[in-house]
Structures are given as structure tokens and as C-alpha cells.
Design a protein around this ligand. Structure first.
Ligand SMILES: O=C(CO)[C@H](O)[C@H](O)COP(=O)(O)O
Length: 222
């Protein structure tokens, strides 16, 4: 079993009958959705929403009941991956481009469990370029404003085209090198008109599950 799968399967233990569950996005969340699908096939009853079209499609294939967002109410738990996590449970997310939906879903969840392999556990955030979702209107001005916050910002490109999120927006990947003060940076980013959301998740994770190559699983709680 790979490390992502190990962390994912540990997290899925928290899901109980009757829960309302948020499904994350990415290659680690994939394993959580697989395991949830397995448990649903064995008789677990849950209701779910997904943070991306890809995760929703996977969940439906596996028979996980997907409920419209405006009908499900508050979620009990969401399980999702991350690109970086630090000791304070601050996250960088959005490598898969789903940061806006992830932030909305996870803000409406009583509990957020983050699952990572040990490569994502960092002392200082910022090696992974911070994803920022930007509206297409006048986007070069927004990109320039992002650069003024002290990063090298580039549009994310996929198959030769500018990457489009599930919401029809662009992603600017912002290389800071190190992010010493995520709280301050988040406020600056949110003040830029044209920025829809940023990939800093502060005070959101309740638990981080880290699978290590030596076989250990570390659990970091809020
Ligand atoms: O934030 C995300 C998607 O927007 C993912 O959780 C993050 O990019 C980690 O992905 P992976 O599990 O594939 O490494």
C-alpha cells in the first residue's frame, strides 16, 4: 500500500453511519474516496458532496450518494489532501486546482482531516508555489498585483492552454520560496480585486494524518 493510500485509509476510519461527508480532490483524496466507496458497498450509509467534478464523478462511479450542495446542510467531516502542511496545521492547497470549492466545502464542515505522505510535511511553507484563483477579467493586472506581494507568479498551463478551474477561472502559481507569515499574506492576497481565493488554509484543519516511509503514521491534532 502506498503512503497516500495509508493516510487515506486511516482517515476514513473516522466516517460513521449517517454522516454528511465532504470529498477532497487529488491523488491522496482519490484513495479516501475509493475506501469510502468500498465501505458504502458494504452497507455504510452516508451523504456526500465533492470538491471537484473529478471527485464527484469518481464518487458516483463507486456508488457514493452525492447530494446537491444546497440540500445537504452542514457537513460532519471532510477528508482532503494538501500540497504542504506545517507544525501549526497551516496548509498550502490547490495543486489540483480545486482550492475554491475546497475552501467553501471545508469551511462548512465540522471537522477537516488532511491526509498526506511525509513529503508534504514542511518546517516553512512556500517551496510549493501557492495557487491563487483569479477571475479572467483583466487578469494581467491581477497577476501583476500578485507579483507585488513578493512572488514570481505565472499562469498555470495545461496542454498548452491556460488552465481553467471548475469555476471557469485561472490559477496563478505564486513562488514565494518561503512564506514566513501566512496570516499576513492571506490578508494581502484577499485584498487584491480579481483574486477569488488563495491556497492558504489557516485555522481550518482539525487533524493532519502523515504517512511515513518507515511505516509510522503521525497524527497531528489542532
Ligand atoms: O489541494 C488539492 C487540490 O486542489 C490537493 O489536495 C493537493 O493538491 C494535494 O494533491 P495530491 O494528493 O494529488 O498530492
Amino acid at each position: 500500500m502506498n503512503l497516500k493510500q495509508k493516510a487515506a485509509e486511516k482517515a476514513v476510519e473516522a466516517i460513521q453511519d449517517g454522516m454528511k461527508v465532504g470529498l477532497g480532490t487529488g491523488s491522496t483524496a482519490y484513495w479516501a474516496i475509493q475506501k469510502i466507496g468500498e465501505r458504502v458497498a458494504q452497507g455504510l450509509h452516508i451523504q456526500a458532496v465533492a470538491t471537484s467534478q473529478a471527485s464527484e464523478d469518481l464518487a458516483r462511479e463507486l456508488g457514493i450518494p452525492i447530494i446537491p450542495f444546497d440540500q445537504i446542510g452542514r457537513l460532519d467531516v471532510t477528508i482532503d489532501g494538501a500540497d504542504e502542511v506545517n507544525e501549526q496545521l497551516v496548509l498550502v492547497k490547490g495543486g489540483g486546482g480545486a482550492l475554491l470549492r475546497e475552501k467553501i466545502v471545508e469551511s462548512n464542515s465540522d471537522r477537516l482531516i488532511i491526509i498526506v505522505d511525509e513529503s508534504k510535511d514542511v518546517k516553512v511553507l512556500g517551496t510549493f508555489p501557492l495557487p491563487v484563483e483569479v477571475v479572467p477579467f483583466a487578469s494581467e493586472w491581477t497577476l501583476e498585483a500578485l507579483r507585488q506581494t513578493g512572488c514570481q507568479a505565472e499562469w498555470r498551463i495545461q496542454d498548452g492552454e491556460r488552465y481553467l478551474t471548475d469555476n471557469g477561472n485561472y490559477i496563478a502559481d505564486c513562488r514565494y520560496g518561503t512564506i514566513e507569515n501566512p496570516q499576513e499574506l492571506e490578508i494581502r492576497l484577499n485584498q487584491i480585486p480579481g483574486v477569488v481565493e488563495n491556497g492558504l488554509f489557516i485555522n481550518m484543519a482539525d487533524q493532519v494524518i502523515i504517512a511515513r516511509a518507515n511505516g509510522q503514521i503521525d497524527i497531528r491534532n489542532k
